[in-house]
Write a protein that binds this ligand. Structure first.
Ligand code: MRU
Length: 345
């Protein structure tokens, strides 16, 4: 099942809000449809958002009919701003848009048609390279996964959150394929249940043993000795190694430390943001209160109750045992080691 694919000027986006019940593709042929798909989490997960935004920019470019390059570039910039505003936390979105615009700047000799072709080629590459990076992360991560490991994961950092294979779930998939006899615990991930709906679905499809727990069961699970390692993805990792990921990740990291359990983060270098020194500067998306006051459209709280609904939290680097990237595994001091790995990559 592909998270998204491009065919005849249309981006086909697997609508993840309908999973696991239905597998339907949204046919996005205009920028607004792509932007809406990102906002409402039809396409979600940092690398997948980046790839979708890249194709969104292509769609925006194809819709501009002028051959005047200055007018075209102004229109392109406007589309980029629109797409960048869809979700603030996953840096992959900005990374992808910037990558496309930088490619355009580098090829100043191209006319408008040439730029359109270049943009599409670049978006295709983002998708292809993401799968390669995930497979490499899967391999590098094996040094951290012992045989018979019980692995707790959060949200969905799988094929659905990327161009394919997954980051944290890519490491898990590789361990399973290597016959390590692993067992996965998936936290349900309130409010939108990415763990319950998506991670368990992916694991079951690959015959990887998975047990679903609600988010508030993690501490007791650890206290029972049932977790050997925690492994999650990331939406943004800043210069000092602080990690933004799905709300609830920070709680798991604190619990992991309290139980002496390693806490690992798997993310491609497109998730690194060296422009921010610490996690405090990461913009954390706050979402509609209805996501908390209702489950699958059914109200579960008194009407009008005040709600706080941050979609992500920040895990301080001191709680992160290691970060797995496509170039290898990094440990403290992250300030030096992330930079070194990034420059090498
Ligand atoms: O709100 P979401 O579902 O987009 O949040 C996704 C996550 O937090 C993932 O863990 C993260 O993007 C990494 S995906 C490889």
């Amino acid at each position: 099942m592909q998270t998204m694919f491009w065919a005849d000027g249309v981006l086909h986006i697997l609508d993840q809000t309908k999973l696991p019940g239905q597998t339907e593709y949204i046919q996005a042929g205009d920028v607004e449809t792509v932007a809406q798909a990102i906002c409402r989490l039809s396409v979600r997960g940092a690398p997948a958002i980046g790839a979708a935004a890249a194709y969104g920019l292509v769609i925006g470019a194809l819709a501009v009919s002028t051959t005047d390059k200055t007018l075209f570039l102004t229109a392109l910039q406007k589309v980029s701003v629109q797409l960048a505003a869809t979700r603030p936390t996953a840096v992959n979105l900005n990374w992808a848009l910037k990558r496309l615009l930088t490619a355009v700047n580098k090829h100043s000799d191209l006319d408008v048609d040439g730029i359109k072709q270049l943009l599409l080629a670049e978006a295709d590459q983002i998708l292809e390279q993401d799968i390669v990076a995930n497979r490499q992360m899967g391999e590098h991560g094996q040094q951290l996964v012992p045989p018979n490991a019980n692995i707790l994961t959060h949200c969905n950092a799988g094929a659905l959150a990327t161009a394919g294979f997954g980051t944290a779930l890519g490491v898990i998939r590789t361990a399973h394929r290597q016959g390590k006899n692993i067992q996965v615990y998936a936290g349900e991930t309130r409010p939108l249940l990415q763990g319950a709906r998506l991670t368990t679905w992916e694991m079951i499809q690959d015959n990887i043993p998975v047990t679903l727990i609600t988010d508030n069961m993690a501490g007791y699970l650890m206290a029972q000795g049932k977790v050997d390692l925690v492994l999650v993805g990331a939406d943004r990792i800043v210069a000092n190694g602080d990690v933004a990921n799905k709300i609830g990740t920070y709680s798991l990291a604190v619990l992991a430390q309290a139980h002496n359990i390693p806490f690992y983060v798997a993310a491609p270098t497109s998730t690194l943001d060296f422009s921010l020194p610490t996690g405090e500067q990461i913009p954390v998306e706050e979402r509609d209160v209805n996501e908390v006051t209702a489950i699958a459209g059914q109200p579960i709280a008194p009407a009008g109750v005040p709600v706080w609904n941050p979609a992500f939290d920040i895990t301080p680097n001191k709680l992160v045992t290691a970060i797995i990237t496509e170039h290898g595994v990094i440990r403290q001091p992250y300030v030096d080691n992330l930079k070194r790995m990034f420059e090498r990559g």
